[in-house]
Design a binder for this molecule. Structure first.
Ligand SMILES: Nc1ncnc2c1ncn2[C@@H]1O[C@H](COP(=O)(O)OP(=O)(O)OP(=O)(O)O)[C@@H](O)[C@H]1O
Ligand SMILES: [K+]
Ligand SMILES: [Mg+2]
Length: 670
């Protein structure tokens, strides 16, 4: 993804947008700022029609209110700007191209990519653009996905397995593939990405709505107070000028957070996007911030996942040669990395085997449910390899026996963190394949960080308990589930959710799709299947499953930033109150000077200074809103205390200083 920074063009566009957004029909969506706009209109009218002795003051208030509105609009526009720039660069990728549609009679026809429908089959040759999202149904090719992922190294896409999904707008750099189109025009991944980064479909998240409601109610309370105030002062025998009342109201209502709220949300999503993760909604990003439990795969997430056959271990009276032979035959058509690595090991060790035995045999594909794969030979013999307990059961079921040293040799491999696969033909077990895998470096530190945040990690694996335990210990996860089938993942997620927890998980296979949908945050790998990507509410373009950890951090940071700026905004009221209230009364009763605790120059200067502070604090906080508040992994309680201290206490102090400084200047003029 194109990493557009905050450049001149975006700023200019945002300035323009700040004026467009003054349209009351747009403004009313933000009730707090809408109140400011009404205040602005009233003071503007009073400037012309009201008390002409106060015209300078009225002009000043009108102008400050106008600038306040622009500042708030600018905050939102600048946050939206980056997404728009990204969308523009993505749109360039989305050119109409020609596609070689495969007709029913097998012939090819050149059509426009815009005419392709779900289910159509196209051939994409070397150098050509893939015309739409789809699944490779034949062939293998390396594909340049840089237009979407920003990653320049091409990736291999092939039929069958978990790496068959291709994205429209990417280019085949070598070989040729047949692709079944899976998205109708306008519904492609690129289309969705564009509308997401553009913010076209941006909806307020439930959290945002809840906060807006509270802030709007607060605004309403202040309105009632300010509107009824003249009745009391009239009773005391004096009037407060309307522009002063409006200034008081605008200072008290939470304009700071009101102006920055949507920018915070947009910027949070933007941070996720710049991390090369596409979140389908702001809600997903926020849910990430509230996650209590993360479910992680072992293979490929915690370990490198290129689980390679490294040794053939015979059992009973068998030899390395016989184990290798049957392991190889069982893997002849096994497309999984594990299967391929068995044949690779045979080649490396120069072990011969009778390949023709597999001819015309019926291939038994690996399934996570059975945890076995193999081949039924033409002569009736059934060859299998798979998880040790699965093979044991399979052999016992047909009346076979388990060699005495199988258990012990399997355990040895497992306790080293490897995965033992047993190899059997009919009732006889020949031995084991030692699959090696390594824990990725730095995992322990990352899980430590998560623990500090109060997040529990559960490793789910189809592997045996001993291997699982070894890897779990080495990586430092909190809990693990071994011999798990895909449906077990859903069960774990549901169990955690039933305890009121929010659960995140990553996945790439079609197997993972139901669990990805069940999880509160489902992060699918871009390399994964279409089913997985559709079920998930986030897609990682870099296909790095460990990224879920960063996504959670970004979500937390978003929620914290919103909380911190709300606290700051409301705490600001104290100083504004002390600046304006005494001023208001001093206008009528000069003896009220004793209330002027801030020792501000004059009543008029005090009011204007508070109002100016109220306006300029918005742009001053834009960088913080966009960047997010500084974030260290710690428990939510500790975080809350820390933020209350910084933003609550700071929110009380800063405006006292700010208003005082502004007053020193303003008092020179009024
Ligand atoms: N190609 C294969 N043929 C036969 N058995 C296999 C094959 N691949 C894996 N297995 C066995 O099936 C088990 C389950 O595999 P599965 O891919 O479901 O989970 P996993 O890769 O071990 O765990 P994870 O969920 O972390 O990816 C493996 O532990 C292994 O024992
Ligand atoms: K305010
Ligand atoms: Mg696996």
């Amino acid at each position: 993804m194109n990493k557009t920074m905050m450049n001149k063009e975006i700023v200019n566009q945002a300035i323009k947008e700040s004026f467009i957004k003054l349209d009351p029909r747009i403004m009313i969506k933000n009730p707090i700022m809408f109140v400011v706009e009404i205040g602005f209109v009233i003071t503007l009218l009073l400037t012309f029609l009201g008390d002409q002795t106060q015209v300078a003051f009225n002009i000043a208030v009108t102008m400050i209110l106008f600038i306040t509105l622009l500042f708030a609009n600018f905050a939102e526009a600048i946050a939206e700007g980056r997404g728009k720039a990204q969308a523009d660069s993505l749109k360039k990728t989305k050119k109409e191209v020609y596609a070689n549609l495969v007709l029913e009679n097998g012939k090819n026809k050149r059509v426009s990519s815009a005419d392709l429908r779900k289910g159509d089959i196209v051939v994409v040759k070397q150098g050509e653009m893939i015309p739409g999202d789809g699944e490779v149904i034949q062939g293998l090719a390396s594909v340049d996905e840089s237009a979407i992922t920003g990653e320049s190294a091409p990736v291999i896409k092939e039929a069958g397995g978990d790496f068959n999904s291709v994205t429209g707008g990417t280019r085949v750099v070598s070989d040729e593939i047949k692709v079944r189109i899976t998205a109708d025009p306008g519904e492609s991944f690129l289309d969705r990405m564009i509308s997401l980064v553009e913010g076209a479909k941006r909806q307020k998240t439930p959290n945002e709505i809840a906060l807006s409601t509270v802030l709007t109610s607060l605004t309403l309370v202040f309105m009632i107070v300010v509107v009824t105030l003249p009745f009391f002062t009239k009773y005391l025998g004096f009037d407060i000028p309307v522009p002063v009342l409006i200034a008081l109201l605008v200072c008290l209502i939470p304009t700071t957070i009101g102006g920055l709220l949507s920018a915070i949300g947009i910027a949070g999503m933007d941070r996720v996007t710049r991390f090369n993760v596409i979140a389908m909604s702001g809600k997903a990003v926020e849910a990430a911030g509230d996650i209590n439990t993360i479910i992680l795969d072992k293979t490929g997430t915690i370990t490198f996942g290129n689980r390679m056959a490294s040794e053939f271990v015979p059992v009973g009276f068998e030899t390395k040669k016989t184990v290798g032979e049957w392991a190889a035959i069982s893997s002849l058509k096994d497309d999984t990395p594990e299967g391929k690595s068995v044949l690779e090991l045979m080649r490396k060790e120069r072990l011969p085997f009778n390949e023709s035995l597999g001819e015309e045999g019926e291939f038994i594909e690996f399934k996570a449910e059975t945890r076995m794969s193999g081949i039924d030979l033409k002569d009736g013999r059934e060859v299998r390899k798979g998880a040790v307990d699965a093979i044991k059961k399979w052999v016992l079921a047909s009346g076979g026996e388990v060699p005495h040293d199988l258990e012990e040799k399997g355990n040895r491999i497992a306790s080293e963190g490897g995965t033992p696969l047993a190899v059997a033909v009919d009732q006889h077990i020949y031995g084991l394949i030692y699959l090696k895998d390594t824990v990725k470096p730095g995992m322990k530190e990352r899980f430590d960080q998560l623990r500090k945040m109060g997040i529990k990690t559960i490793m789910c694996t189809g592997d045996n308990p001993l291997t699982a335990k070894t890897i779990a210990n080495e990586a430092g996860v909190d809990d693990f589930i071994a011999e798990s089938k895909p449906e077990d993942k859903i069960a774990v997620i549901k169990r955690e959710q039933a305890e009121g927890k929010l659960v995140a998980m990553t996945g790439d296979g079609t197997n993972d799709a139901p669990a990805l949908a069940q999880a509160d945050v489902g992060l699918a790998m871009n390399s994964g299947t279409t089913a997985a990507k559709e079920a998930a509410n986030m897609v990682d373009l870099d296909s790095d499953p460990t990224k879920i950890i960063e996504v959670v951090s970004i979500g937390k940071q978003l929620l914290m930033t919103r909380g911190a700026l709300t606290t700051f905004s409301i705490a600001n009221d104290i100083a504004k109150y002390f600046a304006i209230i005494p001023a208001m009364f001093m206008l009528a009763i000069p003896e009220m000077e004793v209330l002027n605790v801030m020792k501000l120059g004059s009543p008029m200067s005090a009011i204007l200074s508070a109002l100016i502070f109220n306006a300029v604090i918005i742009p001053l906080l834009i960088p913080l809103a966009m960047r997010g508040v500084a974030y260290k992994p710690m428990s939510s309680n500790a975080l809350l205390k820390r933020n209350l201290l910084i933003y609550g206490f700071g929110g009380v102090i800063v405006p006292f200083i700010g208003i005082k400084l502004i007053d020193l200047i303003v008092h020179l003029f009024v």
